[in-house]
Design a protein around this ligand. Structure first.
Ligand SMILES: Nc1ncnc2c1ncn2[C@@H]1O[C@H](COP(=O)(O)OP(=O)(O)OP(=O)(O)O)[C@@H](O)[C@H]1O
Length: 246
């Protein structure tokens, strides 16, 4: 078993994954993600983007192939070690904000930190700082149902960033948002990731999202293709536009 190149924080070789019902997920995907890089994984519906992110994040175990996080072989780790790795080093954003309805916005944001053992007061301070950066500090004491969908998704982003993950996985994070909300969320997410040197792997069918990435890999039928098939962006939110101080 050969460890990945030094400058790749995440590295996958020849990943094969078939779902329990026999549906093909991945058919031999290899890629490397450099430290601090924002990598977009593009491709049409059903091409394997979510399956790839879940394999890279240790949520699914590929039947064949290797996943390395720095020098750690994720593909050979047991369930407990993978869960710990996810809790301590990875962040995850779903297409729809999955917040705990009984908790306030700041408690939702602080939850991963508290699960890690951070004292409540310190977790609260960090959560409030991230909520301010994402322009929802004034909603900190509300419960999620009082927020718009776009605001809830910003809470999900704050929650993922608050625990300072080494790698943040974002699965179509703007899929359920309007265009203006999408642009705002993407700018804050990518600006925060760049300023905090967080590596991001984002699955997307959206050209606007891909335009903010350093690099895009395309998937088709569970395999890497040379170029991602994403539509042209009429008014791309280029990286130069990322001037927020998140
Ligand atoms: N839990 C599951 N059980 C069975 N098959 C699945 C499951 N999840 C995904 N698949 C199948 O695996 C293939 C890849 O799906 P995946 O969700 O990874 O693609 P995707 O590119 O993320 O799609 P989308 O853009 O629609 O989210 C598809 O054929 C899909 O139907």
């Amino acid at each position: 078993m050969e460890a990945p190149p030094d400058n790749d924080v995440l590295w996958a070789r020849s990943l094969h994954f078939t779902h329990d019902d026999g549906s093909p997920g991945l058919g031999g995907v290899s890629l490397g993600v450099r430290e601090g890089e924002i990598l977009a994984v593009g491709g049409p519906c059903g091409s394997g983007k979510t399956t790839l992110l879940r394999c890279l994040a240790g949520l699914l175990r590929p039947q064949q192939g290797e996943v390395w996080f720095n020098s750690l072989p994720v593909h050979t780790m047991g369930a407990f070690a993978r869960e710990r790795l996810r809790r301590e080093r990875f962040g995850w954003i779903d297409p729809a904000p999955a917040l705990v309805p009984e908790l306030t916005v700041w408690e939702n944001t602080a939850l991963p930190l508290m699960l890690r053992g951070t004292p409540r007061r310190r977790a609260k301070t960090t959560a409030l700082e991230w909520l301010e950066r994402l322009d929802i500090g004034d909603r900190a004491r509300h419960r999620p149902h009082r927020l718009r969908r776009a605001e809830q998704q910003r809470v999900a982003v704050a929650r993922a960033l608050a625990s300072s993950p080494t790698v943040l996985f974002a699965d179509e994070p703007t899929a359920s948002l309007h265009r203006a909300d999408r642009a705002h969320l993407l700018r804050t997410l990518t600006t925060a990731a760049r300023s905090h040197r967080i590596t991001v792997v984002v699955a997307t069918r959206d050209a606007q999202t891909a335009a903010l990435a350093d690099r895009t890999v395309g998937l088709l039928d569970g395999r890497c293709v040379s170029a991602a098939h994403l539509p042209e962006v009429a008014d791309p939110e280029g990286r130069a536009a990322c001037s927020l101080s998140a």
